[in-house]
Design a protein around this ligand. Structure first.
Ligand code: ADP
Ligand code: GLC
Length: 490
């Protein structure tokens, strides 16, 4: 099949979180199955042109304000046959940020930036003379793609192209004042007709959910959760209506990038068969962060966007969170890498200054993320909700036992410890409260000190888990067939 992904993020070109990783590794996996996979994303200012090739021709994309002229560049997705197209339009993307200069301040013209990207997908295909069978949007920024397929592109050369929308995170929907509607270039009949209307505003993701032939989300448990009032972010009713065409497909991970046997960021390599290199990674991590060098002290790692979704209040909240109590009452070391909400960054810096067994690094650092995954004994991920979550899978294959909230993809990938039998691959709690996080960290530390043989077998078990994309990429293949059949019937 010919498949075009349209995405705001694609690792290694542009990434703010798991979205970039997931889109990139799914594209590679589908391409490996023999599909002709291509990805369109903006050429943000920070993407160097050194490795890109310019394609002839100029794309013209109309928005309400003006006619945008864009150049196209192409590149290969590393280690893959999948092709990448980068849309260069400096008035929209020539900035050093994907969604904004910082995580709490969006660019005010994002509705235009991303509707132009969505529209450019069609101009790109026409330019290439390449009409895909599937156009797949990822999250709210490109959710207008299936809308265009069912409106202005319905009776064009795209009449046989099916639209698929993958929801990576329902918490971000792209909700804007209806004053921006004109920028989408659609008649007002589609404000209601295509599902944009949302309490008097426009909602990109909602329109995508209404319009896409099929909808995927990134784990089976999350697919159920988003159809309930507590997980639906106001869209659960609509998602229940679309449940026949909605499926949860677990993300895989890029096992070339995340592999403790080959990871170039690590000072030593290891595997389930010979785990000795992990101790060297732990020592390197302790040394780099300035933690006491102590192989016996259990080390808990965290790598996270510092946003409410990740359970940061329950951990770092000034009086509410449990971190102080953990540090005061349990013999552990903690290493945190993250960036995001200012209050949380400040709390982490304060803990670092106050407790020698706690070290936090604020910022985005790919290398350190790998070292924390490898050098830690446990990985704390108490997410309030988690559509899939990649870090717990990275942790598992690095032999670092996750301590997680039983939600979304965390519930689908971690198996809770059974202290009688020594079964499981991690430690879970059911309801997110500071006390539950504290108790579960305490439980894991109890096992570390009192059941070392269980920790050893859990590690080996965790490292043998298969999180490669093989099975999930095939499931997407079946979803595409379903989407094409629905498109034909329209
Ligand atoms: P989400 O996409 O919701 O942030 P995921 O677990 O799916 O959560 O993916 C997070 C990805 O972002 C992982 O690849 C993780 O290593 C990376 N990441 C998050 N914060 C940082 C950081 N401060 N430095 C380096 N990598 C980070
Ligand atoms: C989102 C979700 C995360 C998921 C990632 C990739 O960022 O928050 O759970 O793993 O997308 O699908």
């Amino acid at each position: 099949m010919k498949i075009l992904f349209i995405s705001s993020e694609l690792t290694p070109f542009a990434k703010s979180g798991g979205l970039g990783d997931a889109v990139s590794s799914l594209a590679a996996a589908l391409s490996k199955l023999g599909h002709d996979v291509r990805v369109l994303l903006p050429r943000y200012y920070f993407i160097s042109k050194n490795t890109l090739r310019r394609i002839n021709g100029l794309l013209e994309i109309d928005s309400a304000r003006e006619r945008h002229r864009a150049f196209l560049y192409t590149a290969n997705l590393p280690n893959s046959q999948a092709k990448v197209y980068l849309l260069e339009c400096d008035s929209l993307y020539g900035r050093n940020g994907i969604y904004g200069y910082s995580s709490n301040q969006e660019f005010p013209d994002n509705p235009e930036r991303f509707s132009v990207l969505s529209k450019a997908a069609f101009a790109l295909c026409r330019n290439l003379g390449w009409i895909p069978d599937i156009m797949q949007a990822h999250d709210w920024p490109t959710a207008p793609v299936p809308v265009y397929l069912n409106t202005i592109e319905k009776n064009t050369e795209f009449s046989g192209t099916a639209g698929v929308l993958t929801i990576h995170n329902l918490g971000y929907q792209g909700i804007y004042s209806r004053d921006h509607f004109a920028e989408l270039g659609l008649g007002w009949e589609y404000y209601y007709g295509a599902g944009f209307e949302y309490y008097g505003n426009i909602n990109f993701l909602k329109a995508g959910i209404v319009s896409a032939e099929c909808i995927a989300t990134v784990s089976p448990t999350y697919a159920m959760e988003i159809q309930t009032p507590s997980g639906g972010f106001g869209l659960d009713g609509l998602l229940r209506q679309r449940s026949r065409d909605l499926v949860g497909i677990l993300n895989g991970i890029d096992t070339e990038v995340w592999n403790p046997l080959t990871d170039p960021f690590l000072p030593a390599h290891y595997s389930a068969g010979d785990i000795s290199g992990k101790a060297i990674c732990k020592e390197a991590l302790q040394k780099e962060l300035g933690l006491p060098i102590d192989p016996q002290a259990p080390l808990i790692g965290m790598v996270t966007r510092l946003v409410e979704q990740k359970g940061i209040s329950e951990v770092f909240g000034r009086t509410y969170g449990c971190m102080r109590k953990i540090l005061e009452t349990i013999h552990v070391q903690v290493a945190v890498l993250g960036s995001g909400d200012a209050w949380a960054e400040e709390a982490i810096m304060n803990f670092s200054a106050q407790y020698p067994q706690f070290k936090g690094v604020i910022g985005y650092n790919e290398r350190l993320a790998h070292l924390i995954e490898a050098g830690s004994d446990f990985f704390l991920m108490p997410s309030r909700y988690e559509p899939c979550g990649l870090n717990q899978m990275y942790s598992l294959v690095y032999g670092t036992l996750p301590i997680v909230h039983r939600t979304g993809g965390l519930a689908d990938t971690v198996v809770n410890y059974n202290q009688d039998l020594g079964d499981g691959t991690g430690f879970m709690f059911d309801d997110l409260t500071p006390q539950a996080v504290y108790d579960t960290v305490g439980w894991a530390m109890w096992a570390w000190y009192n059941r070392p043989e269980h920790i050893k077998t859990m590690r080996e078990r965790a490292m043998k888990q298969d999180f490669s994309w093989n099975r999930s990429a095939e499931e997407y293949g079946r979803l595409y067939q379903h989407a094409l059949a629905l498109r034909k019937a329209k």
